[in-house]
Write a protein that binds this ligand. Structure first.
Ligand code: XMP
Length: 317
């Protein structure tokens, strides 16, 4: 019978045999998979696991600090690297979604490479790959058309001659969550919505600037806090705000405003492959709209996305 406790003890024992005194480097994302994988590795080899968590400048508000704090509480040996400036420089002038993805993917690899090569005696690269990733990656590399490219750590394994260790390779997401709970990872971390690797960069339509990131971080924080306050957060698969590249006229007091529009997105789904727009209560949407417009300077209009996937996608880019 499969139980989380059983999986943990077997996997940790197997990792101890496989890895011995080897050192493992791993990129952590703040997501469920990499956190659970790192915690298992930590149980097996302790501080021989070297985690690297990169601030790409397009994380959610306060996410870098909050996630590092959770890693610290879990006892993980993780270095936080704030590379926001580098990412903003590489994103400057780029408006095409795939070019933005590529800029973020290659910047991540560059930062990770630089940090990893500072470490000596590393022989493994740890990854939070789960079973659906294995399937998807087979599909992506086959004849299927890549609709949106997903990034991963690129040429490092060959360059540093690293072997790969992926303790979650046989698991589905719900199993990963159960193992995470058994490992003492906080529910707030395990229940987080999926968040794309390119982060808020693909929720800012057109060019990404630090000013726009801050606007969207603030709007996103209002939305996400209210979803939690009204017990709606766990009822949707994913939710977020999108900054549209248009300004429109509004009125605030007796001043005319000319500011940006934010779109709210929330979907229900089982796997992200298809999704329905979430029928959130009107009163709730009204509260989110008021809170964003009254508190986030630079936004004077909020709209709700009522498109399902297909034919729309969950993200706007
Ligand atoms: P779409 O927009 O294709 O998204 O309906 C499906 C799921 O994938 C996530 N997504 C990404 N995740 N890198 C990622 O790591 C990406 O480039 C990327 N694009 C979309 C999206 O958030 C949703 O959960």
């Amino acid at each position: 019978d499969w139980t989380a406790a059983h999986f943990i003890s077997e996997t940790v024992a197997a990792l101890k045999i496989q890895l011995g005194d080897s050192k493992v480097v791993m990129g952590l994302s703040g997501g469920v998979d990499s956190t659970v994988a790192a915690t298992l590795l930590h149980k097996a080899i302790g501080s021989n696991l070297y985690g690297i968590f990169v601030n790409n400048g397009v994380l959610r508000k306060n996410e870098f600090e909050e996630v590092l704090e959770i890693y610290k509480k879990l006892g993980l040996n993780v270095k936080g690297v704030d590379a926001s400036e580098l990412f903003y420089n590489r994103l400057a002038g780029k408006t095409d979604p795939e070019e933005k993805r590529k800029a973020i993917g290659t910047s991540f690899i560059d930062v990770f490479d630089e940090e990893a090569t500072k470490l000596t005696g590393i022989s493994y690269l740890g990854q939070g790959t789960i079973y659906p990733d294995v399937i998807e990656s087979a599909a992506v590399h086959g004849p299927a058309v890549t609709i949106k490219s997903h990034h991963n750590v690129g040429g490092l394994p060959e360059k540093m001659k690293l072997k790969i260790v992926e303790p979650l390779r046989s698991l589905f997401k719900d199993e990963v969550r159960k193992i995470g709970a058994e490992l003492g990872i906080p529910a707030s971390m395990l229940g987080r919505h999926p968040f794309p690797g390119p982060g808020l960069a693909i929720r800012i339509l057109g060019e990404v600037t630090p000013e726009k990131v801050q606007l969207l971080q603030d709007a996103d924080a209002v939305y996400s806090d209210l979803l939690k306050k009204h017990q709606l957060y766990d009822k949707v698969w994913q939710a977020g705000t999108i900054l549209l590249p248009v300004k429109s006229v509004g009125v605030m007091g007796d001043e005319r405003t000319y500011e940006f529009t934010v779109a709210l997105r929330a979907v229900t789904s089982v796997d992200g492959m298809t999704a329905d727009w979430a029928h959130l209560p009107y009163e709730f949407l009204a509260e989110v709209s008021n809170e964003i417009i009254n508190n986030v300077k630079g936004i004077n209009r909020v709209v709700y996305d009522i498109s399902s996937k297909p034919p729309a996608t969950i993200e706007w880019e």
